[in-house]
Ligand binder design. Structure first.
Ligand SMILES: Cc1cc2nc3c(=O)[nH]c(=O)nc-3n(C[C@H](O)[C@H](O)[C@H](O)COP(=O)(O)OP(=O)(O)OC[C@H]3O[C@@H](n4cnc5c(N)ncnc54)[C@H](O)[C@@H]3O)c2cc1C
Length: 412
């Protein structure tokens, strides 16, 4: 049996779902969204810390993140769902950076210019707002071998509007919203072949033997993206590497009060509240913790390593001195698809007719997804819709030059 669609999107994680929804909500294009999993968020999305913040090196990426944040902050309006499952938790992001006053003021101005609500807080203001946090900015050796004396930060950068979402619920919402707009979403539908007419992609084949003819096939297969490109015969020059990344959790005692998201330079950890404030999630922003390449995205260790938990917990205790030492530390691992060249996605025409990419989202895919969808949908349909970004898709084009980044990590 062969079906037909204007657009087939392969992969119903947060990125593919956002693309399908953004096309369906603004056009009469027939969209089919396919996923090999049994339900939403079985790939990278399900493991995501889902932090939505805007501080990046490139001003257009800042704008893209800002526009994605606006979609998450207005989720019911954006998705058109009366009762979305996803709730955005507004906390702000406190950046504790080891920089001098002049550079921090320049950083504030740079972010404000891109439309980010931003302020600088003194150490006293941080302590007043978030009493459980240490304001120390002195580098702290996690092995405990180097003696440490705390030195309070002069100024911290605070992203006022930032926060985090529920990644699985957001993914499920986009699927429901796609269906509400007339799109088709099919799970347990693994794409096992790409059909071509000469050099042009004209459809896909599924594991059950069926096929779908399509004017356009979009690869949104997350860490499986290279496999799909192999099926298409596309030799992509961007090194997109499925990479194992870990996060850990510890119970959070209510008496320590509320926390923002924190990204800090003393030890290179980030943290945020989790599970309705009953626990704390912490991970790493260091390039060295984004190096574990995974050959097969279907088979990797999904629990956090004891070594990771044992080391990073020292960073957490340094940042939150009153955090009790009781209770265990748990953790998980998921996959970034790291673009090793510039840690940014590649989006749009692949160079092969009828075949587009939305891959290599690295550690930024959750926050950017609604606007990756916006860019792709605007380019395909020529139509605008509410919450659209004005950042051009050429920023992330396959034939672009690498983007300059201050750090080849999630901080990018
Ligand atoms: C631990 C961790 C923390 C993170 N924290 C953040 C954060 O705080 N903020 C942020 O912005 N980003 C964060 N990220 C990154 C973000 O989660 C990812 O970039 C994003 O989820 C990628 O979404 P995706 O849709 O591209 O991939 P996925 O969610 O992996 O979706 C791809 C889908 O494609 C399907 N698929 C693959 N091959 C096929 C096939 N042949 N046929 C059919 N279906 C197929 C898979 O089943 C899968 O569901 C984090 C990621 C991890 C792992």
């Amino acid at each position: 049996m062969s079906d037909k669609a204007d657009v087939v999107v392969v992969g119903a994680g947060i990125v593919g779902s956002a693309i399908a929804f953004q096309i369906a909500r603004r056009s009469s294009f027939s969209v089919v969204l396919l996923d090999k999993g049994a339900g939403p968020a079985e790939g990278s999305t399900g493991a995501s810390s889902s932090i939505c913040r805007c501080r990046y090196s490139n001003p257009d990426v800042i704008r893209l993140a800002r526009d994605g944040l606006a979609a998450y902050r207005n989720w019911a309006e954006f998705t058109g769902l009366e009762q979305p499952g996803n709730e955005f938790t507004h906390t702000g992001v406190l950046w504790l950076l080891n920089e001098d006053r002049g550079r921090l003021e320049a950083e504030r101005d740079r972010l404000a210019e891109a439309g980010v609500a931003i302020s600088l807080l003194s150490a006293d203001e941080v302590a007043e707002r978030f009493p459980s946090l240490s304001t120390c900015i002195e580098p702290f050796d996690l092995t405990g071998e180097v003696e440490h004396t705390c030195r309070p930060i002069e100024l911290a950068v605070f992203e006022e509007d930032a926060g985090y979402a529920d990644p699985s619920a957001a993914n499920a919402d986009l699927i429901e919203a796609t269906r509400n707009c007339g799109g088709t979403v099919r799970f347990r539908s693994e794409v096992t072949g790409i059909r071509k007419d000469g050099e042009r992609v004209v459809g896909i084949e599924l594991a059950d033997g069926s096929s779908i003819e399509a004017g356009l096939v979009i690869n949104a297969a997350g860490p499986w993206c290279n496999r799909l490109n192999e099926l298409a015969g596309l030799d992509l020059h961007w090194p997109l590497e499925p990479t194992r990344v870990q996060v850990a959790y510890r119970d959070w005692p209510a008496e320590l009060g509320s926390l923002p998201i924190v990204v800090e330079a003393s030890t290179g950890i980030y943290l945020r509240p989790d599970a309705a404030g009953s626990r704390i999630l912490f991970g790493s922003v260091l390039e060295e913790d984004e190096q574990e390449r995974v050959e097969d995205p279907d088979h990797f260790k999904t629990g956090a390593d004891a070594a990771f938990r044992d080391i990073k917990i020292h960073g957490l205790h340094h940042r939150i001195p009153e955090l009790p030492h009781r209770g265990g530390v748990t953790g998980i691992a998921g996959l970034y698809t790291v673009n090793r060249t510039d840690v940014h996605p590649v989006v749009g025409p692949s160079g092969m007719d009828g075949y587009w990419l939305a891959n290599g989202l690295s550690g930024h895919g959750f926050k950017l997804a609604p606007m990756i969808g916006s860019m792709v949908a605007q380019a395909i349909t020529g139509a605008r819709a509410s919450f659209d970004t004005d950042v051009p898709m050429s920023l992330l084009a396959v034939d672009r030059d690498p983007i300059d980044v201050a750090a080849k990590s999630v901080l990018a």
